[in-house]
Design a protein around this ligand. Structure first.
Ligand SMILES: [Zn+2]
Length: 140
């Protein structure tokens, strides 16, 4: 999960709060930062979720606090990974556990014929799949 900065140094990924329009605090956003030149950017894999959130908030948002992990599965996974209780587990194990959890939820949503919930779980699963693929690519 590392990327090279324009200055040549390695950028590190961390969870940051992002303030939107001076009013909305979006917590736990995965951000890449460079210690050497202080450049930072939103982690590419969460950009679609961030764009969607910003468009929902609009130009004149109310003052509010949003937990990005409730919207983005990648943020959720990173919060889990950095959580003390899960420190000893590898990202792969956490990823697998979360996928199993979501598949159980999907089964439940299907049996209850809850379409909104089904769509939500399916969207979360596709976020994870995209993320799993992007981390795999980065290892090459
Ligand atoms: Zn840099």
């Amino acid at each position: 999960m590392q990327k090279e900065c324009k200055c040549g140094q390695t950028m590190n990924i961390c969870l940051r709060s992002v303030i939107y329009q001076g009013k909305v605090e979006i917590a736990h956003v995965p951000v890449l930062t460079c210690e050497s030149c202080s450049r930072s950017e939103v982690f590419a894999a969460v950009k679609p979720d961030m764009t969607k959130l910003i468009s929902q908030l609009g130009n004149k948002p109310e003052k509010q606090y949003i937990r990005f992990e409730e919207i983005s599965e990648i943020s959720h996974l990173m919060v889990t990974v950095t959580d003390k209780e899960h420190r000893h587990e590898s990202v792969g194990v956490i990823l697998e556990e979360r996928i199993n959890e979501l598949l159980d939820m999907l089964l439940l949503a299907r049996s209850l014929q809850d379409d909104a919930w089904k769509r939500d779980v399916t969207e979360r699963l596709s976020q994870i799949t995209r993320y799993a693929m992007s981390t795999y690519e980065m290892k090459l």
